[in-house]
Write a protein that binds this ligand. Structure first.
Ligand SMILES: [Zn+2]
Length: 82
């Protein structure tokens, strides 16, 4: 995600964000207060939110294009020993 807390953008799920067109979860974000964590609140951001997820679809497209280069057999963890 491209959204970082502390910018001028209101927190996801807050009344101010909703007024700006935010489509992020309201209850999951405690109406903009976020989920309490020791290092500060964390937020759920909807991938299609025009306020908080700008550029998210471009990033998904980028990752999809990278997936074609991944060799899953080579990425498999080694077999466990006896
Ligand atoms: Zn949002």
């Amino acid at each position: 995600m491209t959204w970082t807390r502390g910018r001028e953008t209101p927190n996801p799920g807050s009344d101010a964000a909703l007024a700006a067109g935010c489509t992020c979860p309201v209850l999951d974000n405690a109406h903009g207060r976020g989920m309490p964590y020791a290092d500060g609140p964390r937020f759920w951001v909807s991938g299609g939110c025009p306020v908080h997820a700008a550029g998210a679809q471009a990033r998904v497209d980028e990752l999809d294009s990278l997936a074609a280069d991944v060799n899953l057999a080579a990425a498999k963890p080694p077999e466990a020993g006896p």
